[in-house]
Design a protein around this ligand. Sequence first.
Ligand code: SAH
Length: 272
Amino acid sequence: MDSLTPEFVGRYYDQTSQLFELMSSANIHYGYWPEDKQELSLVAAQELLTEMMIQRMRLPATAHLLDVGCGLGHPAMRISRETGCRVTGVTVSQVQVDQGNQRAAAAGLGERVRFQYADAMSLPFEDGAFQAAWALESLLHMPARAQVLREMRRVVVPGGRIGISDMIYRTPLTNDEASFIRGAFLMQSAISLPDYRALLAESGLEVEEVLDISTNTLPTLPHLMKSFEHHHETLRAAMGEAAMSQLREAWVQAAELYRRSLGYVLIIARRG
Ligand code: SAH
């Protein structure tokens, strides 16, 4: 398989962002189902996860947030709309950059929310350029979490908040499983929650909150698969029948592996 370079990951998102949006929403991340609200739709659950992060970032209107791996820019626009903050988002997909900037302009947020092409492993920003940074479900794609965390820490002011939503493993993966999720989720490096905590500490970040939401995110893949079938005709026209059945098979396996061994965590930390 191709190695997961930023260019490869970027091309993947160039090709798939709008398909993900069709199947769910412009939030390209998992959903959160509260224990007593299992009936939530995928879109509502994705919005809820975004909202949980927004609340936890506690940004004043004067803040400038860096969004690391911004996707189509939906979470960035939402936090800016809700708090008044400025956001700069980076992604390795040029399609996402263009879409994000068009959407921000159309929403009247063009002055406050901007997207640009940049590799998070080496951020093109000065030390302390931002009051806060977040990375929603993007660190899993990157060659080294430690390097990205160092970069995020460097570009926020001392005391600045860093928010992360990311996939973890709950039980150790076999080599075959690790290589499967590399292909299915483009996940470069699987990490356990204890290792994550150690990594945050080594990166000079003070943890405020770690929320294991593995159970609450479980309905995501089953919902996505249902939506995949629902949009069968459009997807077949976009990707062809062979690619569709490959993807279907991969998702069945992925959902099973997720249920058995994977999980999801929200982290709020501060630059010490
Ligand atoms: N945070 C967004 C999108 C998550 S999808 C949301 O929640 O909707 C993962 C994102 O990470 C994509 O935008 C992808 O381009 C970005 N990404 C992956 N590797 C990256 C890298 N090395 N540098 C910057 N962005 C990267």
